[in-house]
Structures are given as C-alpha cells and as structure tokens.
Write a protein that binds this ligand. Structure first.
Ligand code: GLC
Length: 398
C-alpha cells in the first residue's frame, strides 16, 4: 500500500488513467470520461465526472476539459443533462427497475445529479461564462426545477442528490427511499410522470430542496455570473437554534430530519457569513461526538441513531445503502475547503492528514469506515482522487 505523498499521487494517477474511457457513438458523438469504477459503474455519471475533472487537473488538465465537454456532448437541445449517460453501453437487465430512464433504449437518465458542472469547469478549465451550453443548462434547471421561483432547485428522487440512501431522506421518502422495497415503485411512478417536478408535486410528491445539491448548484451559478443562493438558503433552510441547514420538503414532514454532512455543506459557499460558518465548524464539524472522526468526515453525524459504520443493505447485505455513515472523499473535501476558507489552518491540516492516511492505508476506495478507515465499496474509485486537492493545495489554489 502506498505511504508517501509521491505514491498517493501515483495511485491517483493510475486509477484515473485506468478508469478513462473514450470513443465515438454510432451517430458520431465523441465521448471521453472517467468511469467511477470500470466494472461496477461503467457509464458517465454527472457529478462523478465533475470530481474526476478536478482530479485530472493534477495530472493532465487537457483531460479535465475533455471529461466535462463529454457531459456537454450529452446535452439535450432543451439544455437538460442527465444523471448518468450510457454512451455506447446501453442499460440492460434488472437496472431497468431502479434507473431513472423512461425508455429501455434511453441514452441517459431523465433525472439530474447535483449541477456542479460549471463550477468544476471554473476550477479545472477556465471561465464557464464563455461557453453558452452552461448557461443553457442552467436555464433548463431554472425553468424545470425551481419550484418556488426563489432559485432553489428541487429533486424528485433521493438519488438525484448523489446521496442515494442518506438518512436525511428517511422521513421524506420512507419505505420508497433508495434501497427500500418501495423504491422500484417510486421509479415506476416518476417514470410515468416523466420525472417532471411539477407533475410529481401535483401528484403528491415527495420533492425536496436538498442542501448539498443547492450548494453545488449555487457554486455553479456564481461561476457563471448568476446570483448566489446563499441568502435564500439562509432564509429558508438555516435552523438558527441548532446552527445547521435543513432541507425543504413537499409535502412537509413531521419527523425530524437526521443530521448528515449535507447540513454542513454550505461551509463550501465562499459567501456564507463568517459567524455562521464558524458556528457550524465549532459546534458540529470539530465535535468528535458528531463529525470529527479518525478517518475523515462521516456522511452522517455519529450522534444520530441511524449512523452506521458500514453501508448494509436490507437482505443478505445487498443492495448496499450508501451514505449512512461512512466517509466519502468528495464530501470531506468540500467541508475541508470551508475550514481552509475560514482560517482553521490547523484543523484543515489535521483533516487532510487523516484523509491521506486513510487513502495511504486502504487505497482509492468508494468510501471508508469512519473509525478505522477500512476501505468499503468499490476499489479503484475515481473521485477519491480528490485526495490530491488536500495533498497539493497549491494546485488547488490556482
Ligand atoms: C452511487 C453514489 C453516487 C454516485 C454513483 C456512481 O450511486 O451514491 O453519488 O454518483 O454511485 O459513483
């Protein structure tokens, strides 16, 4: 297993190169992307590609651009870009029941993933405002996913957040949550409604203005020169009593929403008022009873009854229910950026050290046990190469 910074960098580069896919569809569209994992996740996932592009800037920036242009190549004429693009490997078999597609031969899902694309372009490539497709993509999101006209976007499936089975969705989707028996029925119902937010809300929902999704969306908006969503997140989602953010739901829920890393995701917003950020850091992020755990930041606060150290499924350990406690590198990195921005230099260095140790001992896994750092999920997982952002902050500051 790698130990030094050099060997971590070597490992990240090897995984990114090993997962790289490129080619041309039968109708001549060129694609090039990093699959999250070659066997288990062969297709192009929207937010995975954004994170992989940021990883590529440490090794071969030209690939960052090709990766993100490939998402643009999948864009529909109306501006929509799906959560997963299948390119020349069509979806087959049982995945029909759990993937958000409307036809068996669909080229991509009809669902979204957190719109991090324009922000990733800004970090890894250049000015997204000079590429009209980004604005067109955001116009689609504004027209189709902004339920209340205040800028926040709403999701119609828990997996649209990228945080599939996160316990924040338990009170919202209940037995229809990701990995639960009713999930297949949710996909079937939303498929019938064309994954159209307004039709789904009219049919009783549920829909959710999820925090992490809106944070990434806001970062992309500001990258494009559009207004930030920080103030509307503060007005509508900030729980002043607890000092963290809570998603909006339609219909409303009675049960409290468990505290997950998403409640702290606004730390990644550069225009979050400093006193609010400091309170989130000091009362939640740095608390060993909640988020400050040895392997990195857990996806769920340790103090939550739903917190678990590994993602167990319902039957015989399968299918896995992701985001119920283990550490993921992308979310840890987003929160680490908040620590750096707010001047918590020592804590940021300590967190980076913890993550580097976790990766050094266990490789680039999909996610990690939060106390021991034991690797879980897929191996050779692309976005875990974001560890490079914490290892080489100078590249990251460019
Ligand atoms: C899982 C993750 C999701 C990711 C996908 C591909 O479904 O929850 O965030 O995009 O795998 O890596």
């Amino acid at each position: 297993m790698p130990e030094s910074a050099d060997s971590i960098s070597g490992l990240c580069e090897r995984v990114l190169r090993g997962n790289w896919q490129e080619g041309r569809t039968r109708d001549g569209v060129e694609f090039a992307y990093t699959s999250p994992n070659v066997r288990h996740y062969p297709w192009q996932w929207y937010w995975d590609s954004c994170f992989a592009a940021i990883g590529w800037r440490h090794f071969e920036p030209a690939r960052s651009e090709r990766e993100l242009r490939s998402l643009l190549a999948a864009q529909r004429p109306d501006g929509f870009i799906g959560h997963t693009i299948f390119w020349e490997k069509p979806l087959r078999g049982a995945r029909w029941f759990t993937y958000n597609i409307t036809r068996r031969d669909a080229r991509m899902t009809s669902s979204i993933q957190p719109p991090a694309l324009a922000w990733a372009w800004q970090l890894a490539v250049g000015d997204p405002a000079s590429v009209p497709e980004f604005g067109h993509h955001h116009d689609w999101l504004e027209q189709h996913r902004d339920l209340d006209g205040d800028g926040l976007i709403w999701i119609v499936q828990p997996d649209e957040s990228g945080l599939d089975a996160s316990p924040q969705f338990d009170p919202i989707w209940g037995w229809r949550a990701h990995g639960m028996p009713g999930f297949v029925g949710l996909v079937r119902r939303n498929r019938r409604l064309g994954f159209d937010l307004r039709r789904i809300v009219a049919a009783g929902g549920p829909a959710c203005a999820e925090i992490a999704t809106n944070v990434l969306y806001s970062l992309s908006r500001t990258a494009l020169g559009r207004p930030s969503l920080t103030q509307v997140l503060l007005d509508r989602c900030y729980d002043e009593r607890r000092g963290l953010f809570v998603p909006l739901t339609r219909p409303g829920t009675q049960a409290p929403i468990p505290v997950t890393w998403a409640a702290l995701a606004p730390l990644a917003l550069p225009d979050l008022p400093e006193e609010i950020g400091r309170r989130m850091v000091e009362e939640h992020l740095l608390d060993p009873q909640q988020f400050w755990l040895p392997a990195g930041i857990p996806s769920v606060a340790r103090s939550e009854p739903t917190f678990q150290v590994a993602d167990r499924g319902l039957l015989f350990g399968r299918p896995a229910r992701y985001w119920r406690g283990p550490v993921w590198i992308n979310s840890t990195w987003l929160l680490w950026r908040g620590l750096v921005r707010l001047g918590y230099g020592e804590a940021a260095a300590e967190l980076s050290n913890r993550v580097v140790q976790t990766v050094a001992r266990n490789g680039l896994r999909e996610y990690y046990e939060p106390f021991t750092g034991a690797g879980l999920g897929q191996r050779e997982f692309a976005w875990s190469a974001l560890v490079m952002e914490m290892l080489e902050p100078d590249v990251a500051r460019r």
